[in-house]
Design a protein around this ligand. Structure first.
Ligand SMILES: [Zn+2]
Length: 116
């Protein structure tokens, strides 16, 4: 699912994207010039790797996301920014990059937690 940036208006555009057991649901709304705001909830289970023993385990995710969507290269102060390529808001790509950033975080499995 995706929408061209020029079609993002001040009326929130809802989206609902599911991939590999994870669901990203929310809306995107136009703010000003090249800026829009994306608010969403990321929910589901995904496999991550324990950074101590290397075992894979399932992690339950329920996260609220709040992003500035910027059509172009962003030079401002905001930290949670999605820069658009080709002026397209691509929800499946956004979901995928969120999943990748979760997977690259440090996670501890139950065993290693207990032995802490
Ligand atoms: Zn472990």
């Amino acid at each position: 699912m995706h929408i061209p940036f020029r079609r993002v208006t001040s009326i929130p555009h809802d989206f609902d994207e599911t991939q590999d057991g994870l669901n990203l649901k929310g809306n995107v709304v136009f703010m000003q010039r090249a800026e829009a705001r994306l608010i969403a909830n990321l929910k589901g289970d995904t496999n991550v790797q324990c950074y101590r023993c290397g075992d894979e385990f399932s992690l339950n995710i329920n996260e609220n996301l709040d992003f500035l969507v910027y059509d172009g290269v962003y030079k401002g102060e905001e930290l949670d920014v999605i820069e658009l390529e080709d002026s397209i808001v691509d929800f499946s790509q956004i979901l995928q990059s969120e999943v990748e950033s979760i997977k690259s975080d440090y996670h501890l499995c139950e065993n290693c937690k207990d032995n802490d």
